[in-house]
Write a protein that binds this ligand. Structure first.
Ligand code: BGC
Length: 732
């Protein structure tokens, strides 16, 4: 990749990089000493209705035909108001890096998938990842990243799970929040999205997600609530689907009751691209229509003006919409810190992606004496997964395609508009060769099962790579693509020392699990994924990832064994395209998502939430639990093995005084040398212990004894305790 060169993208950036206007008596809103609300009010006073409305609908530059100078191929563009010093808004996808959106000169670094980030369980890594992609966004001329995906993982078949952060609201919300903080530390806006319950792709434009309020507050909304209070995103993007009967972008409960009245969030709500159905959305609480070319009409342009004239939408509501938008531009620093081009550093940014990938790798299974592999040890057969080319990534609007990426054809069921299977150019094969020594490593592509088995037989260790592709706009089967299950079975039968490396969107069936000697889940590992995998395989980095989702033993264990709408075909983001018939998705499991459902039913998943092995062992002892206004647990973690390693002790609620429900309450990451011990304290915030009381419209913390357990995963309590917590009503 080039460094320090002025690329086509940089040149385009220059066109929008105007200096911030100086504060003066005529422009008091440019005074950074004033608060964002005061500044927004001041500038709003100067604006005509037309100017306000101009800020409330955004273009989709990819479909603009002729783009104005300086406007890149990207997801979104809202022209500014130069006379008032309000800059253009230039929006790029997404959570995993600055997405390519069809641009050619695309020097962005791809992070590992969101689910991989969640597997790190590490807020610091989330912040560093966000800070890196936010920096690149600025460098490439964008002041909004359409990031912060925080939809809960309710179904392993959701084709966008790789953009999200797992099945637990505390884990997902915390990591989304810290990612958003990292992004916005660059004085740009991050969204959090897709608000709410966009938990499957099939029928996303028409489905109605049905759930009761308490369950929603304690699950998907809780993830967003934590993300919003931790990250303070400038914008929230509402989803395509309906929630309890009303489109998410036209839903007064979500957009006004929850976001404003309850959470007091001051930013602006932007729609998803093609998610607006009329000016009624403005009355419900939507502030800005995005990707206007995808809607049937540009509702927030002339129709909104007409609605103001007729009194259908009060002029004060339009001012409120505009104020929220301006307020976020002041609060995040978009106005005071105009974009500046250049400075891209692939090496430094790649190191951030690699570190996240290393921390994310989950060791699911291992056999004594096999891992870590010895450098310059025996012969290694590397097989399959295009390991000679790179590492797979997820498709759709979040796709980052750095130079050197190789694209294979898309798979069956993929939407017409999306790209193919993009492999980032970080080949595990090269990274393994560099460590194993010259002449020690063979490669077989895995197409011919007999040839793969023969290669495995001729080696001391077989490392077989397997992939599962996934894309926005489609859902997926919970299995490896093509004949990879047969490939792994054949290789494992030929060589008992077979290590399986999974590069998957999420959980897959593992019919060969008993035959494999070791299994690593590497997710979509990003721009430096091959290096990260090799470093963990050879023990240069310790495996420390923990599952952010339960791996089900089969689809029969899912809350909905058959995916709703599975017979409905394509998902189109364009509202003008033919749509499937509307249908309901009933989230009858309520807030018992993932591990909570397993705890309730007593079924055993293939691998539980929170699970992950290391190259060493840890022991827990000396649990003390104290109550009062909240609950605090302390324990001693000891590394009893002979290697350094990192453990992630987890604190779970198992039952409260009023109700039995398992909930993650807190966790910590502890790096320990062999023989070292450390006292760890985990604090459960009161809201995590409380239930949503829809009647009282508050979180109700019942007084009494709370039973908790500490373990290294959700299914294996190691130490148990309890403490009395005082009753309280908590503000929503
Ligand atoms: C996706 C959003 C994305 C937007 C703009 C939509 O189809 O759902 O996540 O930010 O497109 O590309």
């Amino acid at each position: 990749m080039r460094r320090g060169l002025m690329t086509g993208v940089d040149a385009a950036v220059l066109a929008v990089a105007l200096p911030a206007l100086a504060a003066s008596p005529a422009r008091p809103w440019m005074n950074p000493k004033l608060g964002p609300d005061a500044r927004a009010e001041l500038v709003l006073k100067q604006m005509t209705l037309d100017e306000q409305i101009r800020l409330l609908h955004g273009q989709f530059p990819t479909f603009m035909g002729k783009r104005p100078p300086g406007v890149q191929m990207s997801a979104g563009y809202v022209p500014g108001i130069p006379r008032l010093g309000i800059p253009d808004l230039t929006e790029s996808d997404a959570s995993l890096g600055v997405a390519s959106a069809g641009r050619k000169d695309d020097e962005a670094v791809a992070l590992p998938s969101g689910l991989a980030l969640a597997a790190t369980w590490d807020p610091k890594t989330a912040f560093a990842s966000g800070a890196m992609i936010g920096k690149e966004a600025r460098q490439k001329g964008f002041n909004v990243l359409l990031a912060g995906g925080a939809n809960l993982f309710r179904d392993p078949r959701n084709g966008r799970n790789f953009e999200y952060l797992g099945e637990d609201p505390l884990l997902a919300g915390t990591l989304a929040g810290h990612t958003i903080r990292g992004i916005q530390s660059n004085h740009i806006v991050s969204t959090t999205k897709h608000f709410a319950l966009n938990d499957q792709e099939t029928g996303r434009m028409v489905l109605d997600a049905v759930i009761d309020e308490a369950a929603l507050r304690e699950s998907d909304l809780l993830a967003f609530e934590i993300a919003v209070e931790t990250g303070r995103p400038g914008s929230v993007m509402c989803a395509y689907n309906k929630v309890n009967g009303a489109y998410a972008c036209e839903n007064p409960f979500l957009l006004t009751k929850v976001l404003r009245d309850d959470w007091g969030w001051p930013g602006w709500v932007m729609s998803d691209w093609g998610a607006v159905h009329g000016v009624a959305a403005a009355k419900a609480g939507l502030d800005q229509e995005s990707g206007q070319q995808l809607d049937k009409q540009v509702y927030f342009d002339k129709p909104l003006k007409a609605a103001v004239a007729s009194g259908e939408v009060p002029a004060a509501r339009v001012r409120q919409m505009t104020k929220r938008y301006l307020r976020s531009l002041f609060a995040t620093g978009v106005v005071d810190h105009p974009l500046a081009p250049g400075g891209f550093d692939a090496r430094a940014d790649g190191a951030v992606a690699q570190q996240a990938a290393e921390q994310a790798i989950v060791l699911l299974k291992t056999s004594p004496g096999l891992l870590p592999l010895a450098a310059h040890g025996g012969r290694i057969a590397v097989i399959g997964g295009h390991a000679d080319v790179g590492v797979i990534s997820g498709a759709g609007s979040s796709q980052v395609i750095p130079p050197g990426s190789v694209t294979f054809p898309k798979l069956k069921g993929a939407p017409a508009w999306g790209g193919g299977q993009v492999f980032h150019s970080s080949p595990p094969l090269a990274a393994i060769r560099a460590r194993a020594g010259a002449g020690k490593v063979s490669f077989t592509d895995g197409v011919d099962l007999a040839a793969a088995a023969a290669a495995a037989r001729a080696a001391d260790v077989a490392v077989v790579f397997a992939t599962q592709w996934s894309s926005e706009g489609m859902d997926i089967a919970m299995k490896l693509d093509g004949q990879q299950d047969e490939l792994i079975a054949a290789v494992a039968a030929a060589n008992p020392r077979t290590v399986v490396v999974l590069e998957t969107a999420g959980p897959v069936a593992m019919p060969w699990r008993d035959r494999a000697a070791a299994i690593l889940e590497a997710w979509y590992p990003g721009a430096r994924g091959g290096e990260a995998i090799a470093r963990v395989l050879f023990g240069e980095a310790e495996p420390q990832g923990r599952l952010p989702v339960s791996f089900p033993a089969g689809e029969a264990q899912l809350a909905r064994p058959v995916l709703p709408g599975a017979d409905q075909g394509l998902v189109e983001a364009d509202a003008k395209a033919p749509q499937p018939k509307p249908f309901e998705v009933r989230y009858t499991e309520g807030s018992d998502v993932g591990y909570r459902g397993y705890a309730r039913s007593g079924q055993a998943p293939l691998y539980p939430f929170g699970f992950g092995l290391t190259y060493t062992r840890f022991r827990y002892s000396g649990l003390t639990v104290t109550g009062g206004k909240s609950l605090t647990a302390s324990l001693t973690v000891t590394n009893t093995g002979d290697r350094a390693g990192t453990d992630t002790p987890q604190l779970y609620l198992t039952a409260g005084p009023r109700r039995r429900q398992q909930r993650l309450l807190g966790w910590s990451k502890v790096a320990l040398k062999p023989g070292e011990s450390r006292r760890v304290t985990l604090v459960a915030r009161p809201r995590m212990l409380a239930d949503w009381d829809a009647g009282a419209h508050a979180w109700a913390l019942a007084g009494g004894a709370y039973q908790v357990a500490v373990g290294a995963d959700a299914a294996t309590p190691v130490l148990k305790g309890s403490a009395k917590v005082a009753a309280a009503k908590l503000r929503p």
